[in-house]
Design a binder for this molecule. Structure first.
Ligand SMILES: [Zn+2]
Length: 58
């Protein structure tokens, strides 16, 4: 089963979808996406927690 994260679930006006095999990989890609697309330079523990709770099984 894959893990999927919809960027819009994080409150961004963005139709980005991140898919990976593991939660860790989704987090990694989400951090990259946030940095490059949303210009979010620091991924705080709060952001990580938010991302984790938005990750769903696919
Ligand atoms: Zn996004």
């Amino acid at each position: 089963m894959a893990k999927v994260l919809h960027c819009s679930d994080l409150g961004f006006d963005c139709d980005g979808v991140i898919r990976a095999k593991t939660e860790e990989e989704v987090l990694k890609q989400a951090a990259e996406h946030a940095r490059t697309v949303h210009n979010l330079q620091t991924v705080t523990d709060e952001v990580v927690a938010k991302v984790r709770s938005a990750i769903r099984d696919e």
